[in-house]
Ligand binder design. Structure first.
Ligand SMILES: [Zn+2]
Length: 60
């Protein structure tokens, strides 16, 4: 059960960002220290903090 709680806690902080290269959605855990993420679709690297800003801007 402790594992289920840990997973729920992890999911609650997960952010969805869009890849700036191809627009694919990626789920990112902000607790991970590295700011560089790899897109699951195009395999290019991008900055999580920058992608979060552009993703938030696109919602409005
Ligand atoms: Zn991409």
């Amino acid at each position: 059960m402790a594992g289920a709680i840990a997973i729920a806690a992890a999911l609650s902080r997960i952010k969805t960002v869009l890849c700036p290269h191809c627009g694919a959605k990626k789920l990112v855990d902000p607790k991970v220290k590295s700011d560089v993420r790899v897109c699951p679709r195009c395999k290019k690297r991008f900055s999580f903090s920058e992608a979060l800003k552009t993703s938030a801007a696109k919602k409005k």
